[in-house]
Design a protein around this ligand. Structure first.
Ligand SMILES: NC(=O)c1ccc[n+]([C@@H]2O[C@H](COP(=O)([O-])OP(=O)(O)OC[C@H]3O[C@@H](n4cnc5c(N)ncnc54)[C@H](OP(=O)(O)O)[C@@H]3O)[C@@H](O)[C@H]2O)c1
Length: 334
């Protein structure tokens, strides 16, 4: 049998336990040219909220009754495809299900088995690449600049902090809770941290960024985006990576302080990591190099069991996790 997490209904506001359900369907028979992958880990991402909404987005919505879209890493368990062998490890959009049968086009092979598999959904996957391209290509940091990052203790934000330090910048991170803020400084190299859950963010910004902000890497949107606009320096840049504070809202809160871009001749630019597909390999090689040199680390928070998809998804919004959120669908073969 193939266990699948299937979309039940389009949520209004925050999804509920009824938004998805667990289905068991008989495994399909493999046809000529197909490969069957057992999914081991799935990436649980804030963008999943957008995928189940009808709003226009960068990908079509997941259909009602369809398997929930997700990036996974898995192992080939049977194959009638000349390009794959049983035991190959792969990553790609396998979905929240035990087994994904396809013509193989969705999968990229994992060449090295010495790196833990979950890292391919984290620092060596979309997360690391998002931090890399967002900061370096859109933010274009220069040595000595001050960079503010929201969602700084999360999957993307924790890596942005470290890459910013590699670039010689002063890093200020915003995260929820004292423990996360402590970790920003002790583990991810941030120079200062702001706890948005217990501090007045505007006062803390004045204290930690007295000269203003050269780059704001925005993962949350909403009020903090407005505050960052108000603190932007001349020729400042705002990297629009995401806006998690707005994902469950009926109506998005737009920035009121946008005139700051005019006054400061600033730039605010969104990006999607998938647009950089041709440069992934080069970037991943550089990221892996920084990891080997001990300059870059990543934390993965692994929840166990396909049946725990919804409780895991909720953690994206409560923040009750450390680093990259991953769901283990099946245990890895040792
Ligand atoms: N543009 C792209 O191509 C691209 C690719 C990947 C991800 N993204 C975006 O990047 C952002 C970060 O993604 P991620 O995968 O690294 O997720 P993540 O940061 O690991 O998880 C989400 C974090 O957001 C914080 N959060 C949740 N609700 C919040 C709220 N209302 N206000 C402030 N903070 C809130 C929580 O941290 P606290 O405990 O600190 O509250 C939570 O841990 C998201 O906006 C995502 O959509 C964009």
């Amino acid at each position: 049998m193939n266990r699948q997490i299937v979309l039940n209904e389009r949520p209004v506001g925050f999804p509920t336990a009824d938004t998805w359900h667990l289905l068991e369907v008989p495994e399909k028979k493999l046809r000529e040219g197909e490969v069957n992958v057992k999914n081991i880990y799935a990436s649980i991402d804030p963008t999943m909220r957008g995928w189940v909404s009808e709003r226009k987005s960068y990908l079509p919505p997941v259909e009602i009754g369809a398997v929930m879209r997700a990036l996974t890493v898995g192992e080939v368990v049977s194959t009638k495809h000349p390009g794959f062998q049983v035991g190959d490890y792969v990553h790609g959009p396998g979905g929240i299900q035990d087994f994904s049968i396809s013509n193989g086009e969705i999968w990229r092979k994992i060449e090295s088995t010495s790196i833990p598999l979950e890292k391919y959904l984290s620092i060596l996957g979309m997360t690391g690449l998002t931090a890399y391209f967002g900061l370096l290509d859109i933010g274009k940091p220069k040595e000595g600049e001050t960079i503010l990052v929201s969602g700084a203790g999360g999957a993307v934000g924790s890596i942005v902090g470290q890459i910013g330090k590699i670039m010689g910048c002063r890093m200020v991170g915003i995260a929820g809770g004292a423990e996360k803020c402590k970790r920003l400084i002790s583990h991810y190299g941030y120079d200062a941290a702001i706890d948005y859950k217990s501090e007045n963010v505007w006062s803390a910004l004045k204290k930690t960024c007295p000269e203003g902000i050269d780059i704001y890497f925005d993962n949350v949107g909403g009020e903090v985006l407005d505050m960052a606009l108000a603190k932007l320096k001349l020729k400042g840049r705002i990297v629009l990576c995401g806006a998690i504070s707005q994902y469950n809202a009926d109506k998005n809160q737009g920035p009121a302080n946008y005139m700051s871009l005019v006054i400061n001749r600033g730039r605010m630019e969104g990006f999607l990591v998938m647009d950089y597909a041709k440069e992934y390999r080069k970037a991943a090689t550089e990221i892996a190099g920084w990891m080997r040199e001990g300059k870059l680390i990543s934390d993965e928070h692994i929840e166990i069991g396909i049946e725990n998809f919804f409780p895991a998804f909720q953690k994206l919004f409560t923040g009750n996790k450390r680093g990259k959120l991953i769901l283990q669908i099946n245990p890895p073969t040792s």
